[in-house]
Design a protein around this ligand. Structure first.
Ligand SMILES: Cc1cc2nc3c(=O)[nH]c(=O)nc-3n(C[C@H](O)[C@H](O)[C@H](O)COP(=O)(O)OP(=O)(O)OC[C@H]3O[C@@H](n4cnc5c(N)ncnc54)[C@H](O)[C@@H]3O)c2cc1C
Length: 466
């Protein structure tokens, strides 16, 4: 094969792109990844990982401020925001170079520059206005990710109105902050900044925060966040942001048209993301897009033969593990294997605020809407020995079963470490587990996971510890 020819070229090296390229190499393909910025994409550099590093700091800071609850004394607890940010950036750097090593180990070529489709099986790559090269590939995967959605009139300016990029690297700690949007990104930043001492207001257009979660879970999370001092305005939107010298005055309007002005040091705009589909050379292809996202067939194939799309650019849920899994499925299909198509119902979602939130499958409302007669189980953290020992008694595990078949339809959790627990239910759902099998499973004691067992038992009137 000629030097610039590949079996597969992936444009974008986020968790979708780099995983797809590595799997392709494992399957014997000659693979390359084109990346215009940094290996690992948003996830490793500006998303999942650096936020979790920041949230680890705020979690520890929160515990230190309650040291007395554990019989400890911690005086003059404070922080240096520059060091907090540096730690987060260092964690990202470590993983970014880790991706570089993995690609090298798997003999995936990394092409530094911006990739563009340039006719059948062709990719042009440019960097800073200069041509890097023309490349050929039998298959091309677009894994170009997404960027913050801009609300008209509230355009981010990097200084007073931030997106997640600036919110991740504050030079000073704002005293007050308004977060637009209460999805996972907005709520994680709200949680970080509040725990670090800022006055935080969250404004959400919909009636509840974390709108994709089960209504009971988002209501529970809301109460906990409000208890921590976060002000939450739902059914409301920011209609105007007047910038001063070092502050922003936001006009917030509720559903009835009543408006109020809220003056804050900084605004974080976290009202969703939009796909990176511009300058990709899509115009001369059959690739179809819908509201800025590329349409695919469930295996990543677009309407243009040989061109595929995965990850955020191929639509929701905008999650790293969805991007990676889509990458693997897409490459397996290209290789002629027989992968399962993506079942979006089985993609877990996690929010790493305090308390954490994690879920998989149908909410109770969705299950009923889909025509299921349901049995629902609950178990509160206060009934679990490990949770009490940890000093983490606020939380709940909820399970939703089909009444007729006993199939687990969904699981929803709020509380400490639930983002680590949810995987148990994900495996169960993948195996189409019923209530009987879950009841017969033995959970180790003392663990938070026992609540997962108890929630199942509760759905069938058999919970022991509550
Ligand atoms: C603050 C924040 C927190 C998040 N937390 C989580 C979390 O906890 N868990 C989770 O699952 N998800 C989380 N996400 C979402 C997650 O980051 C994305 O779903 C994931 O990164 C999508 O992966 P991707 O491969 O599709 O694209 P990306 O990670 O966006 O990568 C795309 C890459 O393509 C490159 N690129 C774009 N166009 C071109 C081009 N023409 N040529 C060359 N390169 C190009 C970009 O530079 C980028 O590196 C978070 C996101 C944010 C913003």
């Amino acid at each position: 094969m000629a030097e610039n020819s590949y079996d597969l070229i992936v444009i974008g090296s986020g968790p979708g792109g780099y995983v797809a390229a590595i799997r392709a190499a494992q399957l014997g393909m000659k693979a390359a990844v084109v990346e215009r910025e940094h290996l690992g994409g948003i996830c490793l550099n500006w998303g999942c990982i650096p936020t979790k590093a920041l949230l680890r700091t705020s979690e520890l800071y929160g515990y230190m401020n309650h040291a007395g609850d554990f019989g400890l004394s911690a005086e003059k607890v404070g922080f240096d925001i520059a060091k907090v940010v540096k730690r987060s950036r260092d964690v990202s750097k470590q993983l970014n170079s880790g991706v570089g090593h993995l690609l090298k180990k798997n003999k995936v070529t990394v092409i530094d520059g911006e990739g563009q489709l340039a006719g059948k099986g062709k990719v042009n790559v440019n960097k800073d206005g200069k041509k890097v090269g023309d490349f050929q590939a039998k298959h091309i995967i677009l894994a170009t990710g997404a960027r913050p959605r801009v609300l008209p009139g509230i355009e981010p300016d990097k200084k007073l109105i931030w997106t997640y990029f600036e919110a991740m690297v504050p030079e000073t700690m704002p005293k007050s902050l308004l977060v637009i949007g209460s999805g996972a990104i907005g709520i994680e930043f709200a949680s970080f900044y509040r725990t670090m001492g800022a006055e935080v207001t969250v404004v959400e257009m919909l009636p509840e925060i974390l709108p994709v979660e089960d209504a009971e879970i988002s209501a529970f999370a809301r109460k906990q966040l409000e208890k921590q001092g976060i002000k939450i305005l739902t059914g409301a939107k920011v209609t105007k942001a007047d910038k001063g010298k070092d502050e922003v005055t936001c006009t917030v309007e509720d559903e009835k048209g009543k408006s109020q002005k809220i003056k804050v040091d900084r605004v974080i705009s976290a009202a969703g993301v939009q796909g990176n589909i511009e300058n990709l050379g899509l115009d001369n292809t059959k690739v179809k897009t819908d509201r800025g996202l590329i349409k695919t067939d469930g295996f990543g194939a677009t309407d243009e033969p040989g061109v595929y799309a995965i990850g955020d650019v191929a639509g929701p849920p905008m999650l790293a593990h969805k991007a990676s899994h889509e990458g693997v499925i897409c490459v397996e299909k290209i290789a002629g294997n027989n992968p399962h198509s993506m079942d979006k119902n089985l993609i877990p979602g996690c929010t790493y605020c305090q308390p954490q939130i994690a879920s998989v499958g149908l909410t109770e409302a969705q299950a009923k809407e889909a025509g299921h007669e349901v049995k629902v189980g609950h178990f509160p953290f206060i009934g679990n020995g490990k949770a009490i020992a940890l000093g983490e008694t606020e939380g709940m595990v909820k399970t939703v079963f089909d009444k007729k078949t006993g199939q687990l339809l969904g699981a929803h959790m709020v509380g400490a470490e639930v983002t680590e627990l949810i995987q148990g239910y994900v495996v169960a759902m993948n195996l189409e587990t019923t209530e009987q099998e879950l009841m017969h499973s033995i959970f180790p004691h003392p663990t938070l996971s026992e609540m997962m067992h108890e929630s199942v038992l509760d759905a069938y009137g058999q919970a022991i510890h509550f």
